[in-house]
Design a protein around this ligand. Structure first.
Ligand SMILES: [Cu+2]
Length: 323
C-alpha cells in the first residue's frame, strides 16, 4: 500500500518539478526555435507515457498486493496468477502505440536536422578555432572569402595555418583573446576547427552546437535574432582546463558590428607587425653589440650574437596577436 502511494508521489513530484523548475532553457537568441519545439514535443510524448506507466505500476502494486487468506476466500479472484502467453489485441495495441510515439519523437528532429545542415546562400562564413583551452576566430576580409588553410602550417606566427600564397587569406581578420562578434539578423555559417583534441562550440542561447574534430572542418549555421552578450562554452570534455574554456559572443547592430570589425587586424597586418617587431629586436641586439665593443668589454662571441639576432622566436602566447 505504502509503496503504491510512494510511486504515485514520484509521478506527481516529477510533474510538479517539471512545471515549477527554475532551470528551464535560456531565452532563445537565434532562429532555432524549431529545436525548442522538438524538445517540447519530446516532453509531450514522454511525459504522458511516464505518468501513465508509473500510475499503472502503482495500481498493480495496490490491486495485486499480498493479502493473507485472500486466495482461499475467493479462489477465482485476481490474486491468482494466470498464464497468458499471447494476447494479440494487447500486443497490437502496444506495438502500434509505441510505433506512433517513437515516430512523433523522431520525425520532427529529421526536419530540423535537414534545415540545420542546409546552409542558406546568403550566410557569411566565420571560422572558430578551438584549442586547449581557448577560442580563436577568423573572418573573411573585404573579399568575403576565407583563405585556405592547412593544419601543418599552424605556428606561432601563423596561428590559423593559412596558406601564405593564397591571396584570399591575406585580408582575413584574425581575432584572438577577444569576443566573437556577430551581426544581428545576418545568417552565419560557422566553420569549426580544432588544433588538438575534440572540442564543441556551444552557445546555449543559440541552441546550435557542434563538435570540433582535429583534421576536419565541421559547421553549423544560425541567424542571431537579438542583440546581447552570451557565453560560449566548450561542450566536450577536452582536458583539465575544459571548465575554463569559456568565451563570449556579442550580437551587434550592423553599425556597431562594422565599427568593431574595422578595428581588427588582418592576417597581412599581423604578419607585418611581427616583422616590425623582429626588426626592432634585431636593431636592439645590434646596439647592444656595438655598446659592448665601445665600452671596451670583451668581444661578443658569434654564438651570443646569433642568439641575440634570433630572439624573435615563435609568437608569444595566444591573445597577443590582436592586443
Ligand atoms: Cu574544449
Amino acid at each position: 500500500m505504502w509503496v503504491a502511494i510512494i510511486v504515485v508521489l514520484v509521478a506527481l513530484g516529477s510533474l510538479v518539478f517539471h512545471l515549477m523548475t527554475p532551470w528551464w532553457s535560456t531565452e532563445i537568441a537565434s532562429n532555432w526555435g524549431s529545436m525548442d519545439l522538438t524538445i517540447d514535443i519530446t516532453f509531450w510524448v514522454t511525459g504522458p507515457a511516464f505518468i501513465i506507466i508509473v500510475l499503472f505500476v502503482a495500481y498493480c502494486i495496490y490491486k495485486f498486493r499480498a493479502q493473507s487468506g485472500a486466495a482461499e476466500a475467493a479462489p477465482n479472484s485476481n490474486h491468482k496468477a494466470s498464464y497468458e502467453p499471447e494476447n494479440k489485441k494487447l500486443e497490437v495495441w502496444l506495438t502500434v502505440g509505441t510505433a506512433i510515439g517513437v515516430a512523433i519523437l523522431l520525425a520532427p528532429g529529421l526536419v530540423v536536422w535537414n534545415n540545420y545542415v542546409t546552409v542558406p546562400d546568403d550566410a557569411v562564413e566565420i571560422e572558430v578555432m578551438g584549442q586547449q583551452w581557448q577560442w580563436g576566430y577568423r573572418y573573411p576580409g573585404a573579399d568575403g572569402k576565407l583563405g585556405t588553410t592547412d593544419a601543418r602550417l599552424v605556428s606561432g606566427d601563423n596561428p590559423f595555418g593559412l596558406h601564405l600564397d593564397d591571396p584570399n587569406g591575406q585580408d582575413d581578420i584574425l581575432v584572438e583573446g577577444d569576443d566573437l562578434h556577430l551581426q544581428l539578423g545576418q545568417p552565419v555559417n560557422v566553420l569549426l576547427r580544432s588544433l588538438d583534441v575534440l572540442h564543441d562550440f556551444y552557445v546555449p542561447e543559440f541552441r546550435a552546437k557542434m563538435d570540433m574534430v582535429p583534421g576536419l572542418v565541421t559547421f553549423f549555421w544560425m541567424t542571431p535574432i537579438r542583440t546581447g552578450r552570451f557565453d560560449i562554452l566548450c561542450a566536450e570534455l577536452c582536458g583539465t582546463g575544459h571548465y575554463a574554456m569559456r568565451g563570449n559572443v556579442v550580437v551587434d547592430e550592423k553599425a556597431d558590428y562594422d565599427a568593431w570589425l574595422a578595428e581588427q587586424q588582418t592576417f597581412a597586418q599581423f604578419r607585418a607587425s611581427l616583422q616590425d617587431k623582429s626588426k626592432n629586436v634585431k636593431s636592439v641586439a645590434m646596439n647592444d653589440v656595438i655598446e659592448d665593443k665601445t665600452d671596451g668589454g670583451s668581444p661578443v662571441s658569434p654564438v651570443a650574437m646569433n642568439a641575440a639576432m634570433n630572439t624573435v622566436g615563435p609568437m608569444p602566447a595566444h591573445g597577443a596577436a590582436t592586443r
